[in-house]
Design a binder for this molecule. Structure first.
Ligand code: PLP
Length: 362
């Protein structure tokens, strides 16, 4: 009988949000909306679409394994060297490469209790152990995380803002942590939602790149750039760390369509500004409505809101499906009474509020 590695047997697979087509097929309904995967409701940039169309007839060729043009353009934009950048098939892959490069059986990683679930998955997948830091306030507690560092710790994972809670750590909190963390421990700061944050206390972890610590900043084109389906994320770190990660990275891990789409999307400032604005308005509207109906939620700094329903969320989730609204239960995170709702277009937000009021009898 085939036997996987012991630690792989116990892994719980990642559960993605339900696709609209699947829901419509299963329930025989139409015009469903998906506000479940923190995607950009505006769609991709027109510039990105045109760029993809232009290279479609060249997909018989392998992509540029070095992501050369995008790497140079992004390096200039971020004011780093091209050698500081590594690209992945989504930022998920960059996170996985960190784990495969720096952790092995017997090692430990410090991770928040309700942190992005890919962190414990990639940790366990290489046989290392996740040392989970409690998050009673639904925010990463960097003091507690620091106290969990042992001689076995190889990495600390911090998503800022965090998914699924939507909460952030402040500049003071991050600097307190970085001042103390030993330089031989990789600190992953996952800033997938960087462009949505509108708070003066939010730290840009790229500012600490030359601090002599081992920080890997992780970002993505899946969120504000609206390219989730093409899969492209990146890491920014010291040349040394990037060079180790590149040894583990598979050749041609970033497809050619994603490379040109991201290259073009970087020029579409209007699309980014509009996406940020639509999100700001939607976040304000949703929080106002939720407060009106006394529905508790975690403070959100990003493009989704974690609501606490106070009871089993599955009946509410299912009833919302019948209303054609797909949200995300987060039981797999150990959040037993919550749902996560992505901020959509104004009409989608209004539809969600109408549906949740109906389902909860408000
Ligand atoms: C915190 C965080 N990091 C990383 C990702 C992965 O994004 P991708 O692999 O699409 O770049 C997500 C996706 O939801 C996320 O919420």
């Amino acid at each position: 009988m085939i036997k996987p590695n012991e630690y792989v047997k116990d892994l719980i697979p990642y559960v993605p949000g339900k696709p609209v087509e699947e829901l419509e097929r299963e329930l025989g309904i139409r015009d469903a909306i998906k506000i479940a995967s923190n995607e950009n409701p505006l769609g991709p940039s027109r510039l990105a679409i045109s760029a993809v169309e232009e290279v479609l007839n060249k997909v018989n060729r392998y992509p540029d394994g070095d992501t050369f043009y995008l790497k140079h353009k992004l390096a200039e934009r971020l004011n780093v060297k091209p050698e500081n950048l590594i690209f992945g098939n989504g930022s998920n892959e960059v996170i996985e490469i960190v784990a495969r490069t720096f952790m092995k059986t017997g090692d430990e990683a410090v991770i928040g209790e309700f942190a992005f679930i890919v962190f414990p998955i990639v940790t366990q997948a290489v046989g290392a152990k996740a040392n989970m830091s409690p998050m009673p306030e639904l925010t990463n507690n960097l003091r507690d995380m620091y106290s969990r560092i042992t001689s076995k710790t190889k990495a600390v994972f911090i998503a800022n803002p965090n998914n699924p809670t939507g909460t952030m750590v402040t500049r003071d909190e991050l600097e307190w942590f970085l001042d103390r963390v030993p330089g031989n421990i990789i600190v992953v700061v996952d800033e997938a939602y960087f462009d949505y944050v509108d708070d003066p206390d939010y730290p840009n972890s790229l500012n600490y790149l030359n601090l002599g610590k081992s920080i890997v900043t992780v970002r993505t084109f899946s969120k504000i750039y609206g390219l989730a389906g093409l899969r492209l994320g990146y890491g920014v770190s010291s040349e040394e760390i990037v060079s180790y990660m590149n040894r583990v990275r598979e050749p041609f891990n970033v497809n050619s369509l994603a490379q040109v789409a991201a290259f073009a999307a970087l020029d579409d400032k209007e699309h980014v500004t509009k996406s940020r604005e639509i999100n700001r308005i939607g976040l304000k509207y949703l929080t106002k409505e939720l407060k009106k109906f006394n529905l508790p939620f975690a403070p959100s700094y990003t493009n989704f809101i974690l609501m606490d329903l106070g009871s089993d969320p599955i009946p509410v989730y299912n009833a919302l499906l019948w209303e054609g609204v797909i949200v995300r239960p987060v039981l797999n995170y150990g959040l037993k009474t919550h749902i996560r709702v992505t901020i959509g277009l104004p009409e989608e937000n209004e539809r969600f509020i109408r549906a949740i009021k109906k389902v909860l009898g408000l």
